[in-house]
Write a protein of this length. Structure first.
Ligand SMILES: *Cc1c(COP(=O)(O)O)cnc(C)c1O
Length: 381
């Protein structure tokens, strides 16, 4: 089945009791049993819910995975993965990471004795220097947030496997439409479903997908034991969102390209970070592992001035100044004070995340209107 057909049909069956073509919202906390040891596969809704089950099957199919699990947020999903580790274990991850992941790693898990190496993984070979007998996991985010760096997933997998480490990929920015890490050998894919999969800025949710049954069972045990599960209403909204994922992504990609090229040619714009440019440092890897380049990009102003960047962000009319990404509407964001405020300034600057950096999540509006909005805002900057 091709991607668009899967987005609409995979994992989703008409409701067996009524034939309803749309999965019903099973708004229930518990299920009546025939006898103490006998039920129809559902006992208590923290463990399983039919709306959530269909969504899990759908998301797994989109990632070419056998097993999917949904969580109450992307961070809830990431947390479940880290709970697989023990004190003393080590993790290799990149130095350009979603701020919330960085916070979870450093503020919650370092405290219980897990060590994280935040390194430059744009050349996978760098990982070799940090691997030792305690290394258990690679946590890879590509494209990265917000600098759109690209990490070679297959190259990391190759290194990780020779040292018996597992590889988890945060595939939020690409969405399953653009990139399928399991096909490249990764053990696990994480999504902030909140973003492209939900697609309408109305749900917070996370997901984990794997082909490894043991890993899935361990994660399902954590999901049920720790309880960060999503509700049926949210599951329904994401099932609905996924049906247009391929259509939305096509437009995100074509609009993203137009906005990236417009900015790059603009006299007031400094650097534009977008993996679709032929001179992006890892363009060849992006081309190899992604189907297109997406609608996320960031840029600086030629005058690298915080106040000018602020004026621009206050002058846009169609773009909304907000955190998050991947919805139908275009958003503008200031990583240093918003999504990445939890990373100390010194760390940020070291990794190239300057104060005037602006991130765009290009939506699915008409490109001409988006360009006109950016033009008028750049004039005021
Ligand atoms: C938003 C985001 C997360 C966290 O997901 P939530 O659903 O907000 O908990 C993790 N990784 C990336 C790349 C994100 O953009």
């Amino acid at each position: 089945m091709k991607f668009g057909t899967k987005a609409i049909h995979a994992g989703v069956e008409p409701d067996p009791t009524t034939g309803a073509i749309m999965t019903p919202i099973f708004q229930t906390s518990t299920y009546v049993q025939e006898s103490p040891a006998k039920h129809k596969g559902y006992a208590y809704a923290r463990g399983a819910n039919p709306t959530r089950n269909q969504l899990q099957k759908s998301i797994a199919a989109l990632e070419n995975g056998k097993f999917g699990l949904c969580f109450s947020s992307g961070m809830g999903a990431t947390d479940a993965v880290l709970r697989l580790l023990n004190p003393g274990d080590e993790v290799i991850t990149s130095n350009d990471l979603y701020g919330g992941s960085y916070r979870l790693f450093t503020k919650v898990y370092e405290r219980v004795g897990i060590k994280f190496h935040f390194i430059d993984l744009t050349d996978a070979v760098n990982a070799e220097k940090y691997i030792n007998a305690k290394t258990k996991l690679f946590w890879i985010e590509t494209p990265s947030n917000p600098l759109m760096r690209i990490i070679d997933i297959a190259a990391c997998v190759k290194i990780a496997k020779t040292h018996r480490c597992q590889v988890a990929v945060d595939n939020t920015f690409a969405s399953p439409y653009l990139q399928n890490p399991l096909d490249l050998g990764a053990d696990l894919v994480m999504h902030s479903v909140t973003k492209y999969l939900g697609g309408h800025s109305d749900v917070i949710m996370g997901a984990l997908i794997t082909n490894d049954e043991k890993l899935h069972q361990d994660l399902a045990f954590i999901a049920n034991s720790c309880g960060a599960v999503p509700g049926p209403q949210d599951s329904f909204l994401v099932l609905r969102g996924i049906k247009t994922l391929h259509l939305r992504m096509e437009r995100h990609c074509s609009n993203g390209k137009k906005v990236a090229e417009f900015l790059r040619n603009h006299p007031k714009v400094g650097k534009v970070y977008w993996p679709g440019f032929a001179d992006h440092p890892n363009h060849a890897i992006a081309k190899k592992q992604m189907r297109d380049f997406g609608g996320m990009l960031s840029f600086t102003l030629k005058d690298d001035d915080l106040n000018k960047a602020k004026r621009l962000m206050e002058s846009v009319q169609l773009f909304s100044l907000a955190e998050s990404l991947g919805g139908v509407e275009s958003l503008i964001n200031h990583p240093a004070s918003m999504t990445h405020a939890s990373i100390p300034k010194e760390e940020r600057m070291k990794n190239g995340l300057s104060d005037s950096l602006i991130r765009l999540s290009v939506g699915v509006e008409d490109a001409e209107d988006l360009l006109a909005d950016l033009e008028q805002a750049l004039q005021k900057a």
